[in-house]
Design a protein around this ligand. Sequence first.
Ligand SMILES: CC(C)(COP(=O)(O)OP(=O)(O)OC[C@H]1O[C@@H](n2cnc3c(N)ncnc32)[C@H](O)[C@@H]1OP(=O)(O)O)[C@@H](O)C(=O)NCCC(=O)NCCS
Length: 179
Amino acid sequence: MSLTVRPATSADAPELAELLNAIIARGGTTALERPFTPERLDATYLTGPDVLSCVVAVDRASGRLEGFQTLIREDHLPADWGDIGTFARVDGIQRGVGSALFAATRDRARELGLAAMNAEIRADNTGGLAFYGKMGFEDYKTDRAVPLGDGTPVDRINKRYVLDAPAPSEVSRERSVGQ
Ligand SMILES: CC(C)(COP(=O)(O)OP(=O)(O)OC[C@H]1O[C@@H](n2cnc3c(N)ncnc32)[C@H](O)[C@@H]1OP(=O)(O)O)[C@@H](O)C(=O)NCCC(=O)NCCS
């Protein structure tokens, strides 16, 4: 894998809007349904006032942005929680984009002194559910039959990652170091 992870900037907005709009157009995973202009993406997820952290994964060889992960404030969450969103290219050939991004977001969330991260995932998004489960998120709440734009009801699974608990990978690393 040859990825670099760095903070997102406003200059990334056009490429990331294209990346996210391809996921929205494909449908079936994200709850987002309206395409983003670069300006709205920047304000909402990259550098706007409610953005706690946003990182991008860059392919070292090509310089192409392979994915991004954002952590934002949401009024419906406790003040010391962030709401996470992760998006990797639909036509990506790199593996491990989401996990590389998560390592950086988790570090940043700890630096910020956050208590937990929330991931709200469509119940039919098996890949997203598996991804956050693998990162150490645990289910704690289900919002039933939240309608999509066309009225189709879809449950939303809320998973949380408590930040004072080390991640499973960190626990196993600490154990093997201590052995
Ligand atoms: C979910 C998403 C971010 C995962 O990104 P990714 O770069 O594929 O993730 P990684 O390769 O780092 O996966 C890490 C682990 O998560 C799990 N995982 C990821 N995608 C999975 C899938 N589709 N099915 C099952 N498990 C999956 C695997 O255990 C994987 O480890 P492995 O490859 O060693 O088996 C990506 O598929 C995506 O952008 N999906 C569309 C948007 C979305 O649904 N986002 C989540 C809701 S905001």
